[in-house]
Design a protein around this ligand. Structure first.
Ligand code: ZN
Length: 168
């Protein structure tokens, strides 16, 4: 994991779930259409005749729907395409930053404390070559010092949209 790496996470929205459902529904309609068309072809009907002329009556929410398989194929494809478009559009890329907990040491009283920083901030100030921060007020002796970075305590991913307070 490099210090300057830009990472994003993909956040799934409500529209993404609807897209997934439509993809599955469209796929099922197409499979059902293919299966029924294949059935008619087994009875000696030509492919195009089976697709264009054979109708199948289904009961949909109390209504009788009587459409040629061609139409079911078109409906299935349309539902599948809409579903795929929703899947592509509704996934949101959220940029994240690596947040590091650094242990700082006061140059005056040698007391240590911890602070949260982003890896981008560390890189910008020249870490690891430069191991001193700009002026900070020491929480122990209250003097303004340039504390040394003693060590890093590990990183965690933080969403940039929520942690704007750590950005400078
Ligand atoms: Zn101090």
């Amino acid at each position: 994991m490099s210090m300057t790496q830009r990472r994003t996470i993909i956040e799934k929205t409500a529209g993404y779930g609807i897209g997934a459902i439509l993809c599955i529904a469209g796929g099922l309609i197409l499979i059902w259409t293919a299966w029924k068309t294949w059935g008619h072809m087994q009875e000696g009907v030509a492919f195009l005749d089976a697709l264009m002329k054979q109708a199948s009556s289904i009961s949909l929410a109390g209504y009788q729907v009587n459409l040629a398989f061609m139409h079911y194929a078109i409906i299935g494809s349309a539902v599948l395409v809409v579903g795929c478009v929703l899947l592509a559009v509704k996934k949101k890329r959220v940029p994240i930053v690596e947040e590091v907990t650094v242990v700082l040491e006061c140059s005056s009283c040698k007391d240590q404390w911890q602070e949260q920083m982003t890896e981008a901030q560390l890189t910008a100030m020249g870490y690891p070559e430069n191991r001193r921060l700009t002026r900070r007020k020491c929480p122990s002796c209250s003097k303004f010092t340039r504390p040394a970075i003693v060590r890093l305590l590990g990183t965690r991913a933080a969403r940039t949209t929520k942690t704007t307070d750590t950005e400078k």
